[in-house]
Design a protein around this ligand. Sequence first.
Ligand SMILES: Cc1cc2nc3c(=O)[nH]c(=O)nc-3n(C[C@H](O)[C@H](O)[C@H](O)COP(=O)(O)O)c2cc1C
Length: 305
Amino acid sequence: MSKVDLSVKIGSLTLRNPIMLASGTVGYGNEMSEFTDLNKLGGIVTKSLSLKPRKGNPPQRIVETPAGMLNAIGLANVGVEVFLKEKIPFLKQFNVPLICNIAASTIEEYVECTKILTTEDTIKAFEINVSCPNVKEGGLSFGNNINSVAKITERVRAVTDKPIIIKLSPNVSYIAEFAKIAKENGADAVSAINTLVGTAFNIFTKKPKIFNVNGGLSGPAIKPIALAKVLEISRKVDIPIIGIGGIMNWKDVIEFMIVGSSAVQIGTLNFIDPTAAEKMIKQLEDYCIANKVKKISNLTASFIL
Ligand SMILES: Cc1cc2nc3c(=O)[nH]c(=O)nc-3n(C[C@H](O)[C@H](O)[C@H](O)COP(=O)(O)O)c2cc1C
């Protein structure tokens, strides 16, 4: 029995600890399960799912940057039908909250995907991706538009009783406004942040290094931005926040919790060390013992300004 209570709550969803794996960085969990015990984690988030399968963008889709990576995968995924038929049976073996991330080109598609997926018991919550910078339709045109975020949240809320997490874009001026509108329209939580728009060019060919030209920047480079966005939401809106962006170690997790996160997601780090997320859990416990924190959830929004 652990001496520290590491459990956290995201609306009605209880996680055994605050460490989740971020969408798009662990597929549907199968490859990751060879490296780490998924049952130890707080939760896993699937790659964004759309109604129909998507091939995504042609290569080059990933480029390394000095402190992170740019990706323009273009939401390649198997689609909801294949996900339910071929991926869910594998995921059913695990006792870890499964959160399905949904992306779409139209509001109707978000609704349709949620309606289909909500019938599956293994899925415990939805993360609605209104913030992907790497697709031509939907993506940021939703995430940057407050009315679209309101409408998507309201319409998805109407078709599921499971917790809804709206994944916010950092590519906006006032992210708290988006968190507020998500809350007003029935979201249980928000996750922040998705990637920041970036690009890279080859100086000899003068061509972009990524086929899509722009990509989404992730990794340690974006951590200070992500922390500022989480803090902004936490000071202005009373809604659970899942902090994401450049988390590289357990200290980053604590920092994200102090500025307002109830839980966190690990993304780019999974490509460097797929065992890192699991290792952090023990380190978080050690920190809590050393600092007399009985419940890790007490750290959420414990900042002193
Ligand atoms: C290769 C790659 C693919 C991603 N795909 C998705 C996706 O399908 N849906 C989504 O909501 N976020 C996606 N993301 C964004 C991550 O979930 C996360 O928000 C972002 O990478 C910031 O966290 P990090 O700095 O820890 O990686 C992706 C990120 C990477 C690096």
